[in-house]
Design a protein around this ligand. Structure first.
Ligand SMILES: [Zn+2]
Length: 162
């Protein structure tokens, strides 16, 4: 292997602390493809995670388990997983970006946490497939587990977004 190949790493070293054995509450959230989507760990079972998302514009939302079972907390409005996902989105991306990602007209200065965004959601529950979000999450985990690969990673194309 030439020196050039070794130094030409496609992925930067990533801190591993966030990915300790216990998943954090919201291990994954992104603003992508006209929606804010995330994976939220279950409070009661380590085996189960919830996949939540909100579509931009309509602000329709949905939440289901990784086995595609509908979340029981969706009756009458967004569940706690959606709120947790938005909490994390505001922390990671900032209120202005999350509002823009959802096409919500609101003053970012009034948004401090997920529940501040939930108040602006006017959409309703719409059943959608969780597997797309979930497979993106699994790709993301693979990136964290394999940070020093010298091979170009096809999965990284997921992260080049407009
Ligand atoms: Zn839920």
């Amino acid at each position: 292997m030439s020196e050039e190949q070794i130094s030409d790493r496609s992925v930067q070293q990533v801190q591993h602390e966030a990915m300790s054995r216990k998943l954090k509450k919201v291990p994954f959230v992104e603003i992508h493809g006209g929606r804010v989507a995330g994976v939220v760990s279950s409070g009661s079972s380590a085996e189960r995670v919830y996949v939540s998302f909100i579509d931009a514009g309509t602000t329709n939302y949905y939440c289901s388990t990784n086995n595609n079972r509908p979340c029981g907390g969706l009756r009458g409005g967004p569940c706690k997983h959606i709120k947790s996902m938005l909490d994390e989105a505001v922390i990671q991306y900032g209120a202005a970006k999350v509002l823009k990602g959802l096409k919500i007209e609101a003053d970012p200065a009034t948004i401090h946490r997920g529940s501040d965004i939930v108040r602006h959601l006017t959409g309703s529950k719409v059943k959608e497939e969780a597997s797309i979000v979930f497979s993106r999450f699994l790709s993301y985990l693979r990136q964290l587990e394999n940070p020093n690969s010298v091979m170009p990673s096809p999965e990284m194309t997921w992260f080049i977004v407009g």
